[in-house]
Write a protein that binds this ligand. Structure first.
Ligand SMILES: Nc1nc2c([nH]c(=O)n2[C@H]2C[C@H](O)[C@@H](COP(=O)(O)OP(=O)(O)OP(=O)(O)O)O2)c(=O)[nH]1
Length: 267
């Protein structure tokens, strides 16, 4: 199977680079620069589909991995694997494009002249845009979310407003105010939204892009031993869900990108 490898060192932490990788815009723009029209949702999430056309050729890819370790897109005869390696000097992005060369002498010419040139153009254009997006995310404003766990279950809350989010589920949290850090903001938001006291732990999963200059960052959290029981103060309902409920829940779109990290936390 022919393959092309590429590496880029990005001067940002793995959560920001993983978040930039989840954003489909840099990939779609890079593919367009290489002559491929891609269609995908705003974020690459596990199980999601990416389709593309180059002239008469139709590409159908499935996202088989999208987490803090990188992203894999796989289809019949084509895969794009991106692994992230943390280094002292930033995050190393290791890309691998693999494809099946068409058979026969003409196929081999196509492979050498077109296939390789296309894969190289795609990787070069993507790495430029990825560096830019990771830089943007590293300086973006932050919405913090709390992955509060108890007895192997995760606390989720159902939004009561605005209209486009009403009825959908999310993690407790909110915007980090100027002068606040993530932990202080989460402690404050959990008190305001749940009437509960939490101990905030480490960040989990990628920094998920919400807007060009806004991202969602989730931290692990636990109720303090003497915390009141959480109640839905601003939300419609609360639930403690099992790992098997994660996929079927009607999440806000960005939260779906965190399912692999939340599953790992619960199992
Ligand atoms: N808290 C929270 N917000 C999320 C999640 N997923 C997600 O897309 N968001 C979005 C929804 C909102 O656009 C934004 C945060 O909104 P919010 O209403 O919780 O923030 P806030 O308490 O600071 O309120 P406001 O200043 O926006 O009025 O982040 C999530 O899991 N938890």
């Amino acid at each position: 199977m022919p393959e092309i490898l590429g590496t880029t060192l990005v001067d940002a932490g793995a959560p920001a680079v993983a978040g930039a990788l989840l954003d489909t815009a840099p990939l779609v723009e890079a593919a367009r620069a290489a002559g491929v029209e891609l269609r995908a949702g705003k974020l690459l999430v596990e199980g999601g589909r990416v389709t593309g056309t180059r002239g008469p050729v139709l590409l159908k890819l499935t996202v088989t991995r999208a987490d803090l370790t990188g992203v894999t897109l796989s289809g019949r005869g084509l895969s794009l694997t991106t692994d992230l390696v943390r280094t002292g000097g930033g995050t190393l992005v290791v890309d691998r494009v693999e494809w099946t060369a068409p058979g026969g002498p003409l196929g081999r010419v196509f492979d050498v002249v077109l296939g390789r040139a296309l894969a190289l153009r795609l990787l070069e254009a993507r790495s430029e845009r990825l560096v830019r997006r990771a830089g943007e995310l590293a300086g973006a404003r932050v919405v913090v979310g709390a992955a509060i766990t108890r007895g192997g279950r995760l606390l989720v809350q159902q939004r009561a407003f605005p209209a486009d989010a009403e009825g959908r589920w999310e993690l407790p949290g909110g915007r980090v105010d100027p002068g606040e850090d993530d932990r202080a903001a989460l402690t404050r938001e959990c008190r305001e939204e749940l009437g509960a006291d939490v101990v905030v732990g480490d960040p989990v999963g990628p920094d998920v892009p919400l807007k060009p200059d806004l991202l969602l960052r989730v931290h692990t959290a636990e109720l303090t031993p003497d915390s009141p029981e959480p109640t839905a103060i601003e939300h419609r309902a609360l639930r403690w869900i099992a790992p098997t409920d994660l996929d079927a829940l009607d999440w806000l779109p960005a939260d779906r990108a965190l399912i692999p990290a939340l599953r790992a936390l619960l199992t």
